[in-house]
Design a binder for this molecule. Structure first.
Ligand SMILES: Nc1ncnc2c1ncn2[C@@H]1O[C@H](COP(=O)(O)OP(=O)(O)OP(=O)(O)O)[C@@H](O)[C@H]1O
Ligand SMILES: [Mg+2]
Length: 370
């Protein structure tokens, strides 16, 4: 049993109120990912769970045991950092076995644990090298190995892949997913990377300014973001958020264009609102009600992102910055004027920018099975 329960957790650094009442249950064996803007408190929350920082208020339970007042060494957790935090003067073998030796683990046990971690992470060729003689990806595998030999109940990862190049990130991401499948241990993972969050997480926790904005499966957050902030944060390229006005329960107006939306329950006709259209849910159509004046074309290979000004007028006057994801064969360049239409079953409506909460007004849509 290694579920994590966070109850009314607060953290203050002097006058800075960094975590402002976090309630969260992580199930035994679950893979949970924390995302949120820089400075929102992701690392602090992870360090509180690890016991590297003390909580100002609230409780932390791991495996049903209250660990709030326990030191890090007694919590049964191991943490992997972005910076690897390896001992530079020790070989890989020494880095892996040092902690165990310090705790008085018998030598044959150390050797056995070392062997299984080395096999799992394919570290055999590097055992006698020092960190300075390894690549970033190799260093991070050693850091993961060092967590592994502690046989923790819970693994905590703080942006472990952000120092690596794109290819290595992909490689290690797959290794971490495989590790979770093999070990079935609880893992909490912090990242800035949308793809890592969407692919690794069973559930994503979106944090902002020290509070939890929404918790859910990647597809649930993508399909039904609870508010404008989550809508703009989950998904890449980001959802377009456009100033609009409620016409009736199933329509909003953006410029001259009336846009169909899933039924709204608590909106007033004439109310200002935010229309959310994902770049992948805007389709080029010569008779479309919207127009994009292209400013920048980003060719990704399989697809292309068109950045520009989107308007509800056919001639694209007074547009709002927005982007479209289109197939790679679409011909467009800076200055092009393209007509497009939103996919009616994929539109979202939120309270407008005047509302701090920015709650979703449009009905929830069915979440596709994972
Ligand atoms: N030891 C500390 N002393 C004072 N303030 C701190 C301390 N640690 C963190 N903070 C503050 O707490 C806030 C949250 O920091 P934290 O490192 O948790 O953010 P983060 O979400 O991990 O950001 P990033 O994505 O940039 O890593 C920041 O405003 C930071 O300055
Ligand atoms: Mg951080």
């Amino acid at each position: 049993m290694s579920a994590i329960e966070l109850q009314a957790l607060h953290k203050r650094f002097g006058n800075t109120h960094t975590l402002r009442g976090i309630d969260l249950d992580v199930a035994d064996g679950e893979f949970v990912v924390f995302v949120g803007p820089s400075g929102c408190g992701k690392s602090t929350l992870l360090r509180l769970i690890a016991g590297l920082e003390g909580a100002s208020e609230g409780r932390i339970r791991i495996g049903g045991r209250d660990v709030t007042a326990l030191p890090a060494s007694q919590r049964g957790v191991a943490m992997v950092f972005q910076s690897y935090a390896l001992y530079p003067h020790m070989t890989v073998r020494q880095n892996l076995s040092f902690g165990m030796a310090m705790r008085g683990v018998p030598k044959p046990t150390i050797a056995a644990k070392l062997q299984s971690a080395v096999a799992l992470l394919k570290l055999e060729p590097y055992l006698e090298r020092r960190p300075g003689e390894l690549s970033g990806g190799q260093c991070q595998r050693v850091a993961i190995g060092r967590a592994l030999v502690q046989e923790p109940q819970v693994f905590l990862f703080d942006e472990p892949l952000s120092n690596l190049d794109a290819e290595l990130r992909l490689h290690l991401r797959v290794e971490i997913a495989a590790l979770h499948q093999q070990l079935g241990r609880t893992m909490v993972y912090v990242t800035h990377d949308q793809v890592e969050a969407m692919t690794l997480a069973e559930r994503i926790v979106v944090l902002r300014d020290g509070v939890v904005e929404q918790v859910g499966s990647p597809l649930a957050l993508y399909t039904n973001p609870a508010n404008r902030f989550v809508a703009g944060f989950i998904g890449s390229p980001a959802m377009n958020l456009l100033p609009a006005t409620v016409v009736d329960a199933t329509h909003v107006r953006f410029g001259n264009a009336a846009v169909d939306v899933p039924a709204m329950t608590h909106s007033a006709n004439g109310q200002p609102c935010t229309l959310g259209l994902r770049p992948e849910h805007l389709e080029l159509a010569s008779d479309g009600p919207l127009a994009l004046r292209v400013r920048v074309v980003e060719r990704l290979g399989a697809s292309t992102v068109l950045h520009g000004d989107l308007s509800g007028q056919a001639d694209a006057t007074a547009g709002t910055a927005a982007s479209l994801l289109v197939p790679r064969h679409v011909a467009a360049s800076a200055g092009s004027l393209l007509r497009c239409a939103p996919r009616a079953d994929e539109t979202q409506v939120f309270e407008d920018a005047a509302s701090a909460a920015g709650r979703r007004l449009s009905a929830e849509r069915p979440v596709p099975a994972a």
